[in-house]
Design a protein around this ligand. Structure first.
Ligand code: SF4
Length: 696
């Protein structure tokens, strides 16, 4: 009998461990890994159906150039030559990579090294920009580094768990199950949910706060105000470790309960109940996710939460802290290697000359990026304006998932040269490629991912890659070599990881938080056997939490509280577009459904795209349950099924993000979302468009 392979689920940022057992016929059975500290054997519906998604019928098997089969040598040579010509003629900022939180850390590392250290541009951004860039910005402003201070156990040890902007029950189900189990075992534990919608997650809540869309910062400013007025500030902690309290308080005091009630739409008694719960329970975690991050003021919302934890010293100790949960399986790994346009590798700062020089020395780089590159929305805008001459998209589908998706599709089409690395044929983005590069998929590739609690887990291959599919790091290294660069002679993902660990060790010696010096020089055998471990990994061991010691990574070594002036969503409602359009996930589908649509079991939960609409709004528009409706915005429209429900508040609609033109010809909701971005984080406001709804 074949032994199971220990690997990690490829879907969400919980990062569950999986045991995969090949069946000898190209498939595999999948079970939860009882020894993995993220899930202890649990899997959600998506994870448990992984074995049903391994069919090869739609796989991209060979490189293609202009639609005809090509050899790898031809495809690599053409990609390298075209990038080289664009750089020579127009400079390094005329080319770009758009990558993905689905990539493994080793893929991400090579992509970032090639663009920032050898091409010499910051133009590498990732679909993680759409996921958690606001949390990254919030962390860096408050802590000096992008450090998640908490771990999953904190959610079980807390006396209060606040879930804000997070439908954890559907989007991070195993973490939700862990909280639900902890609450069942310890009924004194309280859960608060903060979300304009009543979701499956709200069903667990002792208190559900149905805030007005986008008003979270007002709520946390009110909380900070109450923390002070109730005498709950930890003066000793603040005095020793935190700057910025007076300025943050000056703004928070502008949010008495009456004003907070007006802006959030909550009853004063509910606001006071929330503040009382938060203040009286020292062990508390405030968890947030895309509901906060996908906002034109997402970074401020993150800092409004972090302010409350810093003011009370409730950070870095068991059962307490601010906790951002990533959407994708390896958004965190991308952050570690500098996969965002404004970051350098190993949590070093791209804008810091000493950091740039250190990385340049480490890599032996000929041309180091000297400034941040284009963030996702700006990157595709640059394509539309003709400033990007060569673009490489890896493992993501921006023609569907970017806001103003029709405009992004046109921008990709207008770019003179587009390479797309993909697992499957026929995606909206892949159909626009000049060069299509077949990529190895989950189960076929090997490397590491990092989950939301900083835990690094090995993804291991248990099936051969079909046709001529190659791992993404290998594709990148081949192009790097073909462009004439040294430093891309990697023979295996273990070699890439060793370099990544060595670079992080240098960053650790420079006082940065991301430090894998304990894994420096790791052998192939030890890399293969690497057990799940939270970073940092140093001689002193691993670390579950940060900041209980009050040591932060700012220039002063002190944390920063920020004054937060709440802002409404950028798109204003009007008579023509009176509804707030919210987008998000459903329980059983993932991203643009390239994997989850392969099994009918996962489509049984929700089979088609829909628009949740409140009964009063449906009445006003003459819409009956199950009608086909147009959701119309200035930027575009989608046609979906009406789901009339009071779980969505009056004045708002919710449409899932998954359906593409492969599955529903009029279901790409992001075509109807304006590309407003947070000026700090560059994250698009995917939850705050203005729209109207009409019967089709
Ligand atoms: Fe996979 Fe996330 Fe489900 Fe865990 S919770 S099995 S990581 S989708």
């Amino acid at each position: 009998m074949t032994c199971p392979t220990r690997t990690a689920c490829p879907y969400c940022g919980v990062g569950c461990g999986v045991l995969a057992t090949p069946d000898g016929k190209g498939g595999a059975t999948v079970a939860g890994d009882p020894d993995h500290p993220a899930n202890f054997g649990r899997l959600c519906s998506k994870g448990s159906a992984l074995g049903e998604t391994l069919a090869l019928d739609d796989r991209l098997l060979f490189p293609q150039i202009a639609g005809r089969r090509a050899s790898w040598d031809e495809a690599i040579a053409l990609t390298a030559a075209t990038f080289r010509e664009a750089i020579d003629a127009h400079g390094p900022d005329s080319v770009a990579f758009y990558v993905s939180g689905q990539l493994l850390t080793e893929d991400y590392y090579v992509a970032n090294k090639l663009m920032k250290g050898f091409i010499g541009s910051g133009n590498i951004d990732t679909n993680s920009r759409l996921c958690m860039a606001s949390a990254v910005a919030g962390h860096r402003r408050a802590f000096g580094t992008d450090t998640v201070p908490t771990c999953y156990e904190d959610l079980e040890q807390a006396d209060l768990v606040v879930l804000t902007g997070s439908n954890l029950a559907w989007c991070h189900p195993v973490l939700y199950q862990r909280i639900a189990a902890a609450k069942a075992a310890r009924p004194g534990m309280k859960v608060v949910t903060i979300d304009p919608r009543r979701t499956a997650t709200s069903d667990l809540a002792d208190l559900h706060l149905g805030v007005a869309p986008g008003s979270d910062a007002a709520l946390f400013n009110f909380l900070l105000h109450r923390i002070q007025s109730q005498g709950a500030i930890d003066a000793a902690y603040v005095l020793a470790h935190v700057d910025g309290l007076p300025a943050a308080m000056a703004e928070a005091r502008r949010w008495p309960v009456e004003r907070a009630a007006e802006v959030t739409g909550l009853a004063p008694r509910d606001l006071e109940a929330f503040a009382a719960l938060w203040i009286r329970r020292e062990k508390g975690v405030t968890l947030w996710s895309q509901g906060l991050n996908q906002s034109s003021s997402g970074a401020d919302k993150a800092n409004a939460i972090i302010n409350c934890h810093l003011a009370t010293g409730r950070i870095g100790r068991p059962g307490m802290g601010p906790f951002s949960i990533t959407g994708q399986p390896n958004a965190m790994g991308g952050r570690e290697v500098g996969g965002l346009a404004n970051m350098l590798a190993a949590h070093l700062d791209l804008e810091n000359p000493a950091h740039r020089a250190a990385v340049q020395g480490f890599w032996g780089s000929p041309a180091m990026a000297e400034r941040p590159g284009l963030k996702a929305v700006d990157l595709f805008e640059a394509c539309a304006e003709g400033r990007i001459k060569a673009l490489w998209i890896m493992s993501t589908n921006p023609a569907v998932s970017m806001p103003e998706a029709d405009r992004v599709r046109d921008a990709i089409r207008a770019t003179p040269f587009v390479a797309v690395s993909e697992v499957v044929r026929g995606t909206d983005t892949g159909d626009l490629a000049d060069v299509l590069l077949p990529a190895a998929a989950w189960g076929e590739k090997t490397g590491t991912v990092t989950n939301s609690e900083r835990r690094i887990t090995r993804q291991r291959a248990f099936l051969p890659a079909p046709g001529e599919a190659l791992a993404d790091w290998d594709q990148l290294a081949r192009v790097g070599r073909a462009m004439g660069f040294e430093g891309f002679d990697f023979a295996s993902p273990a070699e890439v990881f060793r370099e990544h660990a060595a670079l992080s060790a240098m960053a650790g010696r420079m006082g940065r938080d991301f430090d894998l010096s304990g894994l420096e020089g790791i052998s192939d055998a030890d890399y293969d056997a690497l057990a799940p471990v939270q970073w940092p990994v140093t001689e002193a061991g691993s670390r579950a939490r940060f900041f209980a010691d009050g040591k932060f990574h700012t220039e002063t070594g002190r944390a920063r509280m920020l004054p937060v002036a709440p802002r409404a969503p950028e798109s204003r409602l009007s008579a023509a577009f009176p509804l707030r359009l919210n987008t998000g996930r459903v329980r059983d589908h993932w991203h643009t459904m390239t994997r989850t649509a392969k099994t009918p079991r996962l489509s049984r939960h929700i089979a088609e795209p829909f628009a949740e609409i409140h009964p009063a709004d449906a009445d006003a528009a003459g819409i009956s349950p199950a009608d086909l409706v147009h959701v119309i915005a200035p930027e575009g429209r989608v046609t979906v099924r009406a789901l009339v429900t009071d779980r969505t508040p009056r004045g708002a609609i919710f449409v899932p993000m998954h359906w593409t033109s492969q599955w529903a010809s009029a279901g790409r909701v992001d075509a109807a979302v304006r590309a407003n971005v947070d000026p700090v984080s560059g994250q698009p406001e995917l939850k705050g468009a203005a729209a109207r709804i009409e019967r089709a």
